[in-house]
Design a protein around this ligand. Structure first.
Ligand code: ADP
Ligand code: MG
Length: 700
């Protein structure tokens, strides 16, 4: 059954096939629906009139009521222009046309009152408006525009074909006229009543031609709510669905492994946050469904230990566990620290990465298949089909943002009937609103406390003029026995130049500190060279590590207490925060010094100021989202759950989002499969979105 809004855009009066093609190419507008859901990005208040004497050239636009006094054509040939004098009681300004001169001359009536609208400029000492919009008082009254005029984003290609914001506005008005009484409501009656929402048809009309501010506000709320609510409904339906569909393994026992480790091997007290999260996990694995939990915790908050304790729980219940890390270095590091912590417990832990030799790999595969190996730590190599387990009960994924939903799903399938429990760990703090949307199908735990005794890292921002001071400081620190990281940007577009910068930086540092040993690590190095350089630094044989962002994730050298970031203005906020997290792991006071050039954009300045002001990863993530917008944040693209927000904004609409999520939850609690009559509209909507951005198949 086709609806009115499903009609192709070329059939809208005034559009036609040619403009339809451009609309599709440039804005993906194919149907009436696509057009009506293409919202203005701003409004211009057509109720406001200016006096000519008040006009300033900084104003974005002006609207003036006045009388046309004189008109003459100036210049010759291509340089010809039509200049008119336009006055009100306070002064006179000029109106100028370069095109359509003849037509304008015929249209305009001398000594008539007009309403002029346009962008003011200063031209040989006089205020002027080029190509103004002109209307008589009668025309103004007849026009069906709202008092606020919507402005629409257009592209260069569109402008060339005269598809301007004004034309889009005209199309919208035409469409709204035709659509009267034909737009079907998308939200069920009970929700509209409960939340006092503006009905859809009215909201769509008001969003394009609002008559008053309250009307615009109500329309905006309705459309934002709908957008966020439908996303939440999808995500939560997915979660409910999965809970129903998949049984989970029952880790009922807390036994020998967990208890022995806790009592005899654990080298320190757990923080309260760690205890809280372990409790949450135990509740998950003690239920009837599969755990799908996201563990967020700032760098150094002790997530690995939580992972380890969960693995011990799996072992107590005769299950195998695997821990997957995004890089070889990280996998090795986890392997070493976990093996060390478990030393003496008689647990068989393996390491499987891309560089594991064939012979070793074979032994490992067999041990996993027979169940002789209880824990395996590795990289993507773990996902390969050749790896099979005897009884895989727990999968831990470290640094989630590098793995997509599809990859997670592949690991689940390593157990035929019942999927293993999943714990995803990330040190990239995700703003709450984004987490609810991107990882909305996961339960979320947060470790919001660092282990005791850590001194907050001191962060400073230096310009080049303090280079000598920096060098003296580094000298002092190294003489005290501290190790130092110096990080250079390496961004793929300019890789060659960056590599040159890095090598020059390395030479410069070698010249400045001739008495110290220096390691260098970058992404273009062979893995084994990279590894041996890392190890030399870790063992304390070198004092300075010159590196690119390859050290960004997870590398742990407690004795390194100083992080210098060169050209810090070129890094994103979350990257700066990740890098800074490499220090502050030992007992010494740690420092992070951000070096930048003098010329930095205001956005870069804001990033550096934020770093200096706070160590709180969540605060940093919020600022990051406000600066960049959620779509740009690391992880959103790879998360596998696509969403395209047309009107809501995750940075600003957190409250509406929370409301939408609560209501979606209530509806699903009451009617999990959306079978009730009153929810049919929602079910239809959910099913129709299956083939769009949501990849349902990779999840279920
Ligand atoms: P994350 O993975 O969250 O960045 P790690 O698990 O690597 O953090 O822990 C960082 C450091 O803190 C490690 O050296 C770890 O041994 C130590 N650590 C973890 N938990 C505690 C604790 N409760 N008390 C003291 N030190 C801890
Ligand atoms: Mg870690």
């Amino acid at each position: 059954m086709s609806e009115f809004l499903d009609q192709e855009i070329k059939f809208l009066p005034g559009v036609g096939p040619k403009r339809a093609e451009i609309l599709f190419k440039e804005l993906k507008i194919k149907t009436f629906r696509d057009l009506i859901y293409y919202y203005p990005y701003k409004y211009i208040d057509r109720t406001k009139f200016y006096k000519i004497s008040d006009i300033r050239t900084e104003m974005a636009y002006i609207q003036v009521k006045g009388v046309l006094r004189a008109m003459e054509t100036v210049g010759t040939g291509g340089k010809q222009r039509l200049v008119a004098r336009f006055s009100d009681s306070t002064g006179t300004m000029e109106l100028v046309w370069f095109r359509g001169i003849k037509w304008q001359k015929e249209q305009l009536r001398m000594n008539k009152t007009y309403i002029v609208f346009g962008k003011p400029a200063l031209f040989s000492g006089r205020i002027s408006v080029v190509h103004p919009e002109m209307e008589t008082e009668e025309e103004m009254q007849l026009k069906p525009v709202g008092l606020f005029q919507g402005h629409y984003n257009t592209t260069e290609k569109m402008k060339k074909q005269f598809l301007t914001s004004k034309i889009i506005n005209k199309f919208q008005l035409t469409l709204l006229g035709l659509a009267k009484g034909k737009i079907r409501e998308t939200l069920p009656e009970h929700l509209i009543t409960q939340l006092k929402l503006m009905p859809l048809e009215q909201a769509l009309s008001a969003i394009h031609k609002p008559e008053q501010t309250t009307e615009l506000k109500n329309a905006t709320f309705r459309l934002k709510f709908e957008e966020l609510f439908l996303i939440q409904l999808k995500i939560l339906a997915l979660k409910h669905n999965r809970k129903q569909k998949f049984k989970g393994f029952y880790f009922e026992k807390v036994g020998y492994n967990f208890n022995t480790f806790y009592e005899k091997f654990l080298p320190f007290e757990l923080t309260n946050a760690q205890k809280k999260v372990i409790k949450e996990i135990r509740r998950d694995v003690n239920g009837t469904s599969q755990m799908n939990r996201l563990l967020q915790g700032d760098v150094g908050s002790g997530k690995t230990l939580v992972a380890l304790m969960t693995m011990l729980l799996a072992m107590d219940n005769e299950f195998q566990s695997c821990l997957m890390a995004p890089t070889e270095i990280l996998a090795q590091q986890h392997y070493q620290s976990i093996s060390k912590m478990l030393d003496g417990m008689g647990i068989n832990v393996g390491l499987l990465t891309g560089s594991t030799k064939a012979k070793q790999r074979k032994i490992l595969h067999e041990a996993l298949q027979s169940g002789a190996m209880q824990v395996v730590i590795g990289t993507h190599a773990l996902i390969e089909d050749t790896v099979s387990f005897n009884r895989l009960g727990l999968v831990i994924v470290d640094e989630q943002h590098r793995f997509g939903v599809a990859q997670r799903a592949k690991l689940w399938k390593k157990n035929d009937l019942i999927p293993p429990h999943i714990l995803v760990m990330t040190a990239t703090p995700i703003p709450r609103t984004l987490a609810m949307t991107v990882y909305g199908d996961l339960e979320v735990s947060v470790i919001d406390e660092l282990p005791p005794g850590r001194k907050p890292i001191q962060t400073m921002h230096f310009f080049e003029n303090r280079r000598a001071q920096l060098n003296r400081f580094l000298q002092q620190q190294i003489d005290k026995g501290t190790q130092v990281y110096i990080v250079f940007p390496l961004i793929s577009e300019s890789e060659k130049m960056d590599l040159k910068n890095l090598e020059e930086g390395y030479r410069h540092i070698s010249d400045t500190f001739p008495d110290y040993q220096i390691s260098m690590v970058h992404g273009k190095m062979k893995p084994n060279l990279k590894e041996s350089a890392m190890q030399a630094f870790k063992r304390g044989e070198t004092q300075i590590m010159v590196a690119t962002t390859v050290i960004e994730v997870g590398v742990d050298v407690p004795n390194a207490a100083v992080m210098v970031i060169e050209s810090a203005e070129r890094f994103g906020l979350s990257q700066l925060h990740q890098l800074r997290g490499r220090v502050g792991r030992g007992a010494e006071q740690s420092y992070c010094i951000l070096m930048s050039s003098y010329k930095i954009s205001s956005e870069s300045r804001k990033r550096l100021e934020t770093m200096v002001r706070t160590n709180d990863g969540f605060e940093i993530a919020e600022v990051d989202m406000k600066l960049r917008g959620p779509g740009d944040l690391e992880g959103t693209q790879q998360s596998g759950v696509g969403f395209d927000l047309k009107i809501a904004n995750l940075g600003r609409d957190g409250e509406i989002l929370q409301k939408a999520r609560n209501i979606a939850n209530d509806i699903l609690d009451d009617d999990p499969l959306l079978q009730k009559e009153q929810n049919q509209l929602l079910l239809k909507n959910l099913l129709s979105s299956k083939d769009t951005s949501f990849d349902w198949s990779s999840i279920s």
